[in-house]
Ligand binder design. Structure first.
Ligand SMILES: Cc1cc2nc3c(=O)[nH]c(=O)nc-3n(C[C@H](O)[C@H](O)[C@H](O)COP(=O)(O)OP(=O)(O)OC[C@H]3O[C@@H](n4cnc5c(N)ncnc54)[C@H](O)[C@@H]3O)c2cc1C
Length: 403
């Protein structure tokens, strides 16, 4: 049976996150982004409200919530401000490789202390390098075995929450000659000697999140900082992104919904030619398309999360969710600006920030071109040359593709 209704617990969490966003995010987000400092106060409140670290198992101090529940929180916080939602949900990304590959002992030692204290603490997911973005397998950071431990050298960039992080999940090569098969994933405590925060990126939007370089110079880590096995790194990175892309899709759904709501409200209020602008089909049809896109994004997102929660591989569906929802958010933001006319272009109105914030959703955690690569590689595998679709080609006597 297909059930589109959220359970009572899911509904309660969604409502709590929506109330939080209404009270603590939406009213302050535009002013906060002008202050150019980490929005610690709001993130601390989100932590205290139980809106972070949802997916970490109860046995190690987390809430043991589902990925679907995580997406509900991201949709609600994304509605308020995509940048703050990114700051709040970044631990989901940072801890995902550890949850995928680490033992219970490693989780207790490295993750529990970060999620059980009074003060919010952060992890950061360190994959991207200046020369290695979409082509994640080409990273140059190295991990060299030394005694029982490892020595990490290299530099990462664009790392969300890096300046406030206590623990980095770092992808590094243990044997460059092996390409992606030589990659491994490590936990690197941020207070170790040789870990340095470099340049902080200056961005177009999502200014309520922070990204920096992280530089590792002869950083000695103990042997139990290795997550899984040597050679598992690429697989762990891809499994991580399959999970967390639903979270980006959820933020995008929140942004897309906010665009609908702001544009529709404005369309009822703004009058030209003696009537509300929403009375014109040129505007109302746009609103219908915006809302339809948002609804489709929401269900692709929840489906991708539901698959992961049920242990079903979701590479294609999480890629679909990420690119569809972020394209929807971007298109809705552009149309929200258009519906508001000149006011849409002003800082005093919400649309310009929505447009700046939405753009990033099409880029981080894998650009939307890369999402289409991920999805299409699954589609091509699902349709091998000998697949029997029931149709018989009748090419006899003519030039024909070899089937
Ligand atoms: C604000 C922000 C936060 C981020 N947070 C993190 C983080 O926390 N941790 C982390 O590790 N990384 C993070 N990133 C990095 C992000 O994931 C990368 O920027 C992204 O994956 C793209 O890499 P790139 O910027 O190097 O672009 P490139 O890989 O250089 O791509 C440039 C363009 O070429 C296209 N392209 C590349 N290859 C192909 C192909 N084969 N086919 C078609 N088109 C292609 C891309 O789609 C893109 O349009 C963040 C980035 C930003 C901007």
């Amino acid at each position: 049976m297909v059930d589109f209704k959220l359970s009572l617990g899911e509904e309660e969490l969604f409502n709590k996150a929506k109330e939080f966003a209404h009270e603590h995010i939406t009213p302050v987000a535009a002013d906060l982004e002008k202050q150019d400092e980490y929005p610690m106060d709001v993130v601390q409140k989100a932590y205290e409200a139980g809106l972070m670290n949802l997916h970490v198992p109860k046995e190690v101090g987390g809430q043991g919530r589902s990925l679907l529940e995580e997406t509900l929180v991201s949709e609600a916080t994304g509605y308020g401000c995509a940048g703050l939602a990114t700051s709040i949900m970044c631990n989901n990304l940072a801890f995902a490789p550890i949850l995928i590959g680490a033992t219970a002992e490693q989780l207790k030692k490295y993750v529990s202390p970060l999620i059980t204290g009074k003060k919010v603490q952060f992890g950061a997911f360190c994959l991207t390098e200046r020369e290695s973005g979409s082509d994640a397998a080409s990273i140059k950071t190295t991990a060299t075995k030394e005694g029982d431990g490892w020595v990490i050298n290299g530099a990462k960039c664009f790392i969300t929450n890096a300046p406030v992080a206590s623990l980095h999940s770092v992808f590094a090569s243990t044997d460059p000659s092996k390409g992606y098969k030589g990659l491994a994933c490590f936990m690197v405590p941020a207070d170790l000697e040789g870990v340095e925060i470099g340049y902080t990126e200056k961005k177009m939007g999502q200014k309520n999140s922070v990204q920096s370089e992280v530089i590792f110079t002869d950083v000695h880590i103990p042997g139990d900082c290795l997550i899984g096995n040597i050679g598992d790194g690429f697989k762990i990175a891809m499994m991580t992104l399959d999970k967390t892309r639903a979270g980006i899709a959820a933020i995008a759904t929140g942004v897309a919904q906010r665009c609908v709501d702001e544009a529709a409200k404005f369309s009822n209020v703004r009058r030209q030619f003696g009537k509300p602008i929403g009375a014109n089909q040129g505007i109302s049809f746009m609103l219908s398309d915006m809302d339809c896109r948002t609804e489709a994004a929401r269900w692709l997102t929840r489906y991708a999360a539901w698959l992961a929660d049920n242990g079903i591989r979701n590479s294609k569906e999480s890629a679909f969710a990420k690119y569809f929802a972020s394209d929807a958010a971007m298109q809705n933001a552009v149309e929200c600006v258009q519906i508001m006319g000149g006011y849409g272009y002003l800082e005093e109105y919400p649309a310009e920030k929505l447009m700046r914030d939405a753009k990033l959703l099409q880029i981080y955690e894998g650009t939307n071109q890369i999402q289409r690569m991920v999805a299409s590689s699954v589609i091509l595998k699902e349709n091998p040359p000998d697949k029997d679709t029931g149709f018989r080609y009748q090419y006899e006597g003519r030039d024909a593709p070899q089937i």
